[in-house]
Design a protein around this ligand. Structure first.
Ligand code: SAH
Length: 476
């Protein structure tokens, strides 16, 4: 993060705005909305600022800025039309330890003023760092549409009941369950439909009742897709936001993990090649144990849980122990990588079928039906095929596939680190040895790989764009 978002109490505190032109208006209005005591220092005021003065919203001193104006002020906004003056105010403020915002001079700012969605007491602030205020405003418009005005009233209702809820439920976990019920159930619905009295009645009833006994939890086996968080399903996202604990492994990108409810417990169970933090049987057991404690367990897996994901084994144990579970499909690496590299896996001119196989080495060999994989008019996708690539190439050629058969090896497909090595069976091994890719990688073999030259649409962003994107979407 380029800046730390915080919410500052400026109520009745002295805040200085230097400059009284049109560009100062928005800043002054924002400060006033939060109750600041705004003092404007400027030789003249634009009409809109004059109106604020007439309405008693601000104090005004009709003169140039003086260094001592900074004394005793909580923060300063420099909004004159003279860049030099603004810059000097910024330097003075920094020396004096006063937070400073300079309109349209991001380099001089020690704090930014975000775009705000005001549903007081709910306030959502959007910032793009110094990248693009216009984009921030655009995002704000989108969020405005998503957050009904009634959220403010709902938050007020929560505030009013907080002390009683705390008294009624002494355990934090019970309180959270209580609020989950209230905020996702009838109480919230009544607030949204404008029936505040009824909402209060429903709240009282909720407080009288005991929380339903929750002895058995449940498990969500969720496919997180190949890496790009945009490829999550709606259901995956919903379950990610209601889980109590998430059990994940290496393939799950951090941008996706960041979308899991903030206060959910996170458990890493590893699974790097030859470096398993936990054995599969231990993971199976862990899921059962967590669910038996009454937790909503999110088992988050890369790609699709049922494609080389051992999801079947995990739910087998759950089924045996009669733990409720659901399975959410994800986009498997083959689909994700194929789309993001422009390789239509079953383009009718070249392939009648596509086969997904594992290229995992066992005792230095790969036990596959090579005869079948060497047949023409098909596409073969190898998961876990990087280490065994020389064996794969060797077997395919010795079973009759042309050494000129196109191959693509895709590193970290669908992410901003995606890289594609395309070549042929005869040269791919040397290329990969010269310049080793970073796992995970996927290997696609077949004539369809050629189409990439025409259909390759996905460009990984340049480093500068990446950091701008990280500022806009800090969660990925
Ligand atoms: N269940 C997963 C696959 C797990 S096996 C799925 O459906 O995608 C792990 C293998 O998946 C890796 O060795 C690699 O071959 C492949 N893989 C997963 N994510 C990938 C990605 N983003 N890019 C390339 N390959 C990937």
């Amino acid at each position: 993060m380029e800046f730390l978002p915080i919410f500052l109490d400026v109520k009745e505190k002295p805040c200085l705005v230097v400059g009284g032109g049109e560009i100062a208006v928005r800043k002054i209005t924002n400060l006033r909305r939060a109750g600041a005591a705004v003092r404007v220092v400027a030789p003249a005021l634009a009409p809109a600022v004059g109106e604020l003065l007439a309405a008693g919203e601000i104090a005004h001193e009709a003169r140039q800025f003086r260094d001592e104006d900074l004394v005793g002020t909580l923060l300063v906004v420099a909004a004159t039309d003279d860049r030099q003056v603004n810059h000097r105010i910024a330097e003075l403020a920094r020396t004096a330890g006063v937070p400073v915002n300079v309109v349209d001079q991001p380099d001089d700012c020690s704090f930014l003023m975000p775009s705000v969605i005001d549903r007081s007491p709910v306030v959502v602030a959007v910032s793009t760092g110094t990248a693009s205020p216009v984009l921030a405003r655009l995002l704000r418009t989108r969020l405005e549409a998503m957050i009904p005005a009634a959220y403010g009233r709902l938050a007020e209702l929560c505030a009013a009941y907080r002390p009683r809820v705390k008294e009624r439920f002494t355990q934090q976990r019970d309180r959270r369950r209580f609020w989950d019920r209230v905020l996702q159930g009838g109480v919230a619905e009544r607030v949204f439909s404008g029936h505040l009295d009824e909402a209060q009645g429903a709240m009282e009833r909720e407080l009288e009742q005991d929380l339903p006994e929750n002895t058995l939890g449940e498990v969500y086996l969720v496919g997180a897709g190949p890496g790009d968080a945009d490829l999550l399903t709606f259901r995956a996202l919903r379950l990610m936001q209601q889980a109590d604990v998430v059990v994940y492994d290496r393939l799950v990108a951090s941008s996706i993990l960041n979308k899991v409810r903030r206060d959910a417990q996170r458990m890493y169970v590893g699974k790097e090649r030859d470096n398993h933090v936990m054995r599969q049987t231990q993971i199976n057991r862990l899921l059962v144990d967590l669910a038996k404690q009454g937790q909503r367990v999110l088992r988050l897996k890369g790609g699709d849980p049922f494609i080389f994901g051992r999801g079947g084994e995990e739910i087998d144990t759950l089924a045996e122990e009669q733990i409720p579970f659901q399975v959410v499909p994800g986009i498997t690496a083959a689909s994700g990588c194929a789309s993001y590299t422009g390789i239509p896996l079953t383009h009718r001119d070249y392939a009648q079928s596509v086969t997904f196989v594992t290229g995992h080495l066992k005792d230095n060999t790969i036990n596959l039906n090579w005869q079948q994989l060497a047949q023409p008019h098909q596409t073969v996708v190898f998961y876990m095929g990087l280490v065994g690539l020389p064996v794969i190439v060797d077997r395919l050629i010795s079973h009759g596939v042309s050494p000129q058969m196109p191959v693509a090896l895709i590193q970290q497909g669908t992410t901003h680190k995606q890289r594609v090595y395309s070549g042929t069976l005869s040269d791919i091994v040397a290329r990969v040895q010269r310049d080793p890719p970073q796992p995970p990688t996927l290997v696609i073999v077949g004539e369809v790989v050629k189409l990439r030259e025409r259909f390759n649409w996905f460009q990984t962003p340049l480093p500068a764009e990446q950091s701008a994107m990280a500022a806009i979407f800090p969660d990925g």
